[in-house]
Design a protein around this ligand. Structure first.
Ligand SMILES: [Zn+2]
Length: 333
């Protein structure tokens, strides 16, 4: 790719830029794959559901779907010029820089930014991922710092160095990154949701790592001939003119973005009636998954399902609808 970069022309550059800037294929225009699309929309509505793993063969739209979340994620308020997306309302999670500013000025400047959704390039160095000190001794955030309060997409998780995956999962469990290098230390919030994809044909992912994803989906290739024709038709239209394709999908994208935003506003007020909580406990006992961590994932998914439907009350139907995403893989294996 980088060969011949010396004699690159402006025209080449603009072509290159155009390709880079092409809008993502919209999640809402993916044919079929209802459970994957629904699970991602619920995860956008309630990040407290936790990490999600999409398993399935190559070319069925796992990563495309995950990237499509960008269109639906709400904007967030962040401290101006903070590299860690600090939340001005959350004193406990401020990075050292914002804490200092706050101590001096009492009020932090705020801007609105889209919720970050970053990707982890395969083969990225430790420093790129986790950050490190520069020659002046200042800490420069890695991907996990910049994606604080957002979503991190890791494609082909089974090809990633297992120790890096382990560290990423550990971060999602604590939300805090402590970097030590020589005698220096830097601590910052790294609160993000991991969305990983894998193709089982590429190799095994260790079962313990899979078990750390509360939501695990087996995404199947579409067999229906008409649906397959529709997939080809849409992908061709998108490739021919991505901007036009996305513009034509704008109304549908906006409708789902509204639902996600509305869900985010409602989620803190949503209520899980005692009857439903008891049912969740019973289901988890029945399938031998009676632990707080899975219980929380199932409750959060049920809450997300209710508010996505514009309801503050969770019903047994919500639990039934999300049980497969949280328990399906665990019960099968
Ligand atoms: Zn900050």
């Amino acid at each position: 790719m980088l060969e011949g970069l010396d004699d690159i022309t402006f025209e080449d550059l603009s072509k290159f830029r155009k390709k880079e800037d092409a809008p993502e294929y919209p999640l809402v225009r993916i044919v079929g794959q209802q459970s994957m699309k629904k699970a991602l929309m619920l995860l956008a509505s309630n990040p407290d559901m936790g990490n999600m793993l999409l398993m399935g063969e190559e070319g069925i739209g796992k990563a495309t779907a995950a990237r499509g979340l960008r269109d639906l994620l709400p904007d967030i308020n962040v401290v101006t010029e903070c590299a860690f997306n600090c939340d001005p309302e959350d004193d406990d999670e401020l990075c050292p820089g914002c804490k200092k500013t706050k101590a001096k000025k009492t009020k932090l400047d705020v801007i609105t930014r889209p919720t970050p959704l970053s990707e982890l390039p395969l083969g990225a160095s430790d420093k790129i991922i986790f950050g490190g000190f520069d020659h002046k001794g200042d800490f420069k955030p890695g991907i996990i710092g910049k994606v604080n309060r957002g979503y991190l997409l890791v494609e082909k998780a089974n090809l990633l160095n297992p120790s890096i995956l382990d560290r990423l999962l550990a971060l999602t469990e604590t939300g805090v990154h402590k970097h030590t290098e020589d005698d220096k230390e830097f601590v910052h919030a790294a609160r993000f949701v991991l969305i990983a994809t894998l193709n089982p044909e590429d190799g095994e992912l260790d079962v313990e790592a899979i078990a750390r994803f509360p939501v695990v989906l087996n995404v199947k290739a579409i067999k229906d001939i008409e649906e397959r024709i529709e997939i080809v038709r849409r992908v061709e239209a998108y490739k021919k003119d991505p901007e036009d394709f996305v513009t034509k999908s704008q109304r549908e994208i906006a409708a789902f973005k509204n639902r996600v935003q509305n869900s985010r506003r409602m989620i803190k007020r949503a209520d899980l009636p005692k009857k439903v909580a008891t049912a969740i406990n019973k289901v988890l006992k029945d399938v031998n998954q009676d632990n707080d961590w899975i219980k929380n994932a199932l409750r959060q998914a049920a809450l997300a399902n209710a508010v996505f439907d514009d309801r503050l009350w969770v019903t047994l139907d919500d639990v039934a609808e999300v049980a497969e995403m949280v328990l399906g893989y665990r019960v099968e294996s």
